[in-house]
Write a protein that binds this ligand. Structure first.
Ligand SMILES: NC(=O)c1ccc[n+]([C@@H]2O[C@H](COP(=O)([O-])OP(=O)(O)OC[C@H]3O[C@@H](n4cnc5c(N)ncnc54)[C@H](O)[C@@H]3O)[C@@H](O)[C@H]2O)c1
Ligand SMILES: [Zn+2]
Length: 357
């Protein structure tokens, strides 16, 4: 794995499948290369301008392009069933490519359909949000939500190719951009000390999409772990920094708190827990991380959340992990430790943290 010389391109071999990942402004203009022969495309209506141009350049048939309103609400069985029916009626066989062009919700929904239609058809990802470009379109996971919780139904279905064109980000609103920045700060903190230093230096504009250089660093943090651990049983768990408490906060606030915002608060908590558990080596990091997260407009104090609801969600997480919660705790920029839960002490640190509203 690694970027090829001259252009930003990675070739990933994970879970017995090959994925090529390409990053470049204007990439979608090469429509035909992106879409290949007679695909079906599911696209986010808010990204229509970007996608339709590429679709037309590829000579895509109008009745094989399905536009949907992206958002968490579409990741349901009902929506997946409806979409599978439309795709089948458009005429497919097992070699037909399904192109998912949108944010993480379109990628997860259409990717799920690709995983199950005819027991699996080839998937191509065209991520159009910052979160999707540096995170959700990479790594081969696709998922639907249940009323019981997010991403509870899913599959590993790695895409054949991922086409990351940062021009798509020009139409993104500030809130969506901030969610993506949260994942960028997370990736830097867990796996790229130089990127962390660059972000701390103040030379990056938090109100604009990141440069391609920054995006490439973040993509590498993820791809290195996906390559080493395609089915998420080992080193890939490091990517969950800030997500254990983050997910619980999302659930306890009934998803009023956005994912990136929840992860930011989760990172602040992970730093406190790391200090309390004697894992943190860089003792000024906690304060510096708060400052940096705040610079990017991200929250650093927890919202009002029912502690009982939080504990309930955390304990459900625990069951999924064989009875013991696992925390990803920062050691220093670029290094994290995977640490088992210590219920008594963790509860005390969490209680203190939640009290600080
Ligand atoms: N599969 C994975 O590994 C993985 C990893 C991380 C997150 N996710 C999932 O990703 C989802 C979050 O992704 P997201 O933040 O992209 O959410 P999203 O798909 O809801 O997109 C956010 C908003 O941006 C709009 N949008 C999309 N592209 C646009 C563009 N180019 N210009 C303007 N608006 C645009 C969408 O319509 C939506 O309103 C969650 O469901 C999460 O579970 C999956
Ligand atoms: Zn995340």
């Amino acid at each position: 794995m690694g970027p090829s010389a001259g252009c930003r391109e990675w070739s990933l071999s994970a879970g017995g499948r090959q994925t090529s990942v390409r990053l470049g402004r204007g990439l979608l203009r090469e429509g035909a290369r992106v879409f290949g022969g007679s695909p079906v495309c599911v696209a986010d209506a808010r990204a229509e301008r970007h996608v339709r141009e590429a679709w037309s350049a590829a000579g895509g048939a109008p009745d094989r392009l399905f536009l949907l309103e992206g958002g968490e609400g579409i990741k349901t069985w009902e929506e997946a069933g409806r979409l599978c029916g439309r795709i089948v009626r458009a005429g497919i066989d097992r070699r037909t490519r399904l192109v998912a062009a949108g944010g993480g919700t379109i990628g997860d929904l259409a990717g799920f359909c690709a995983a199950v239609l005819l027991r699996g058809i080839p998937l191509v990802q065209i991520p159009t949000t910052l979160t999707a470009q540096i995170d959700s379109a990479l790594g081969g996971k696709v998922a639907l939500n249940l009323p019981e919780g997010k991403n509870l139904v899913g599959a590993f279905h790695p895409p054949e190719s991922v086409w990351i064109d940062p021009t798509c980000l020009d139409t993104l609103d500030a809130a969506a951009l901030r969610q993506g920045w949260a994942e960028i700060l997370k990736a830097a903190l867990l796996g790229d000390p130089e990127l962390w230093a660059l972000l701390e230096s103040g030379s990056v504009d938090p109100h604009r999409p990141p440069s391609e250089e920054v995006m490439a660093c973040v993509i590498e943090v993820k791809l290195r772990r996906v390559q080493a651990d395609p089915f998420d049983t080992g080193v890939r768990r490091e990517l969950n920094l800030g997500h254990t408490l983050g997910h619980a906060l999302e659930g306890a606030t009934r998803w009023e708190l956005s994912h990136g915002d929840a992860v930011a608060i989760g990172i602040v908590f992970a730093l406190e827990l790391a200090q309390a558990r004697g894992v943190l080596r860089d003792l000024t990091l906690s304060a510096r991380a708060r400052t940096l997260l705040a610079t990017f407009g991200l929250p650093v104090v927890p919202p009002q959340a029912d502690p009982a609801a939080l504990e309930e969600i955390l304990s459900r997480d625990k069951k999924g992990m064989g009875g013991r919660l696992t925390w990803i705790l920062p050691v220093r920029p670029g290094e994290v430790a995977v640490v088992g839960g210590d219920p008594g002490r963790d509860r005390e640190v969490l209680g203190r943290f939640l009290g600080r509203v």
